[in-house]
Design a protein around this ligand. Structure first.
Ligand code: NAD
Length: 268
């Protein structure tokens, strides 16, 4: 990512750092794998999650530091505008700026959450944590990258559900479709400043979101395996590999895309 660093000229990172990456919702699951992969790629990290997950976030910071990279933690609820601004203030204060911003944090809707059971309050909560947060992260990350002189990578978390709605996850599906649209709009607005904006659109990935709180976790995994022509479910590292590519110079001609990474669950 040397080209991005050279256009910004603002960085106060550790020796031979590739740049600075922010990953939201990174105390566990996909975000955790992304943060570790970007550290292995040579980035310093500002990692975020909510206060409930502080302990996991701090142990992740230690793991990143053990790879020889700088890691700072910032507790913030990304659905709140002032808290997203706090993440940007943090990364400017502790790292001098940001090259890669991964808006990963998200929640699923309630199990079986179709029109019969979901109320307006739940709709607002899922939309706020998934779609509103992505809008806010794209907005303030993009503005900061422009302030730095342009260049950068913004990456969001859509889903197969954002491309083909799941009946029992109506609101989640709507929130992930919104992220797809935000990704397209942000790519057009920030493109002239040399910033690419893309999202990953995973199928079933083996995290707490997929199996957590369910006694029949093995059955859930088995079900999703049976839907893939490859006969496998994804692991967080699969998404981390895609993000590593999207963060790199190799992906310079890709923007505005929500990239399916779903083991062939469906084709689009
Ligand atoms: P996860 O539940 O394991 O992790 C989500 C993380 O986000 C948690 O650490 C949680 O504390 C954090 N978080 C929740 N609300 C937050 C908030 N308001 N502010 C900051 N952090 C918050 O989930 P995951 O499977 O790792 O999912 C990561 C992303 O990938 C999500 O956006 C999810 O919708 C998306 N995704 C996951 C799958 C899957 O099968 N696991 C499929 C498609 C898309």
């Amino acid at each position: 990512m040397d080209d991005i660093r050279s256009t910004s000229g603002l960085f106060n990172t550790t020796m031979s750092s590739k740049g600075v990456a922010v990953v939201t919702g990174s105390a566990q699951g996909i975000g955790r794998a992304i943060a570790l992969r970007l550290a292995e790629d040579g980035y310093d990290l500002a990692i975020n999650d909510i206060a409930n997950n502080q302990q996991n976030l701090e142990s992740l910071a230690k793991e990143i530091e053990s790879k020889g990279r700088k890691a700072t933690t910032v507790l913030a609820d990304v659905s709140q505008e002032e808290e997203v601004k706090k993440i940007l203030d943090h990364v400017i204060e502790h790292h001098g700026g940001v090259n890669v911003f991964v808006a990963n944090a998200g929640i699923a809707g309630p199990a079986g959450g179709g029109f019969a059971t979901v109320d307006g309050e739940t709709f607002d909560r899922v939309m706020n944590i998934n779609a509103r947060s992505t809008f806010l992260c794209y907005k303030y990350a993009g503005q900061q990258m422009i302030k730095q002189g342009g260049g950068g990578r913004i990456i969001g978390a859509s889903s197969v559900a954002g491309k083909k709605a799941i009946a029992t996850q109506a609101v989640y599906s709507a929130s992930k479709a919104a992220i797809r649209a935000l990704t397209q709009a942000a790519a057009q607005e920030f493109g002239p400043s040399g910033i690419t904006v893309n999202a990953y659109a995973p199928g079933a990935i083996n995290t707490t979101m997929l199996t957590g709180g369910f006694e029949q976790a093995d059955a859930i995994i088995g079900h999703f395996k049976s839907l893939s022509p490859l006969g496998i479910v994804g692991e967080p590292q699969d998404i981390a590999g895609l993000v590593s590519y999207l963060a790199s110079d190799e992906s310079r001609f890709i923007t505005g895309q929500s990239i399916s990474i779903n083991g062939g669950l469906f084709f689009d």
